[in-house]
Design a protein around this ligand. Structure first.
Ligand SMILES: O=c1ccn([C@H]2C[C@H](O)[C@@H](COP(=O)(O)OP(=O)(O)OP(=O)(O)O)O2)c(=O)[nH]1
Ligand SMILES: [Mg+2]
Length: 144
């Protein structure tokens, strides 16, 4: 699938790092580094603008390496980019570690996954079909 994109950053387009990767790594586009103190969050610009085809969404997901090594995650993970959004793609990073983390210009801060989605219409009902689970949840089947 092709997705129209405008790149106003100084960096390459988001790219798959391996042949069958699901996510395209996206770069921070910063005039200067951003320091995230513990539990601090920041909206990191990418300089990218795109037109996702109708019927698809883009998910903005954390990178596991940044999460494991530095406690960097995404507050609204997975972020949702709508097909009708034409603004700049931004990534809402949060520092969940106990030490400062510096986001550098050009750093691969997140990965983008494009997924198909349904558009539904509600069908108001008085009763729902019966199932073995019923209303059980939140650990109702046990923890092991
Ligand atoms: O991580 C994200 C999440 C969202 N967006 C952009 C694209 C998305 O289409 C738009 C709105 O996102 P969302 O619906 O999650 O936010 P909202 O708080 O509901 O804002 P709105 O009222 O504008 O929909 O913001 C980003 O750039 N990065
Ligand atoms: Mg919204």
């Amino acid at each position: 699938m092709q997705i129209p994109i405008i790149n106003r950053s100084r960096h390459p387009l988001p790219a798959y790092q391996t042949e069958h990767a699901a996510g395209l790594d996206v770069h921070a586009n910063l005039a200067e580094p951003v320091t995230l103190k513990p539990l601090q969050r920041a909206l990191i610009p990418t300089g990218l603008f795109m037109a996702i085809p109708v019927g698809y969404e883009m998910q903005v997901r954390p990178r596991s390496g940044l999460a494991y090594k530095h406690g960097i995650s995404i507050v609204n993970s997975p972020g949702t980019i709508d097909a009708d959004y034409r603004g700049e793609l931004k990534v809402l990073l949060v520092n969940l570690s106990e030490t400062d983390f510096v986001v550098q210009d050009g750093e691969r801060i997140a990965q983008l996954v494009v997924a198909r989605h349904e558009t539904i219409a509600w069908e108001p009902a008085e009763e729902l079909s019966e199932t073995a689970r019923g209303a059980g949840g939140y650990g109702s089947t046990g923890m092991q």
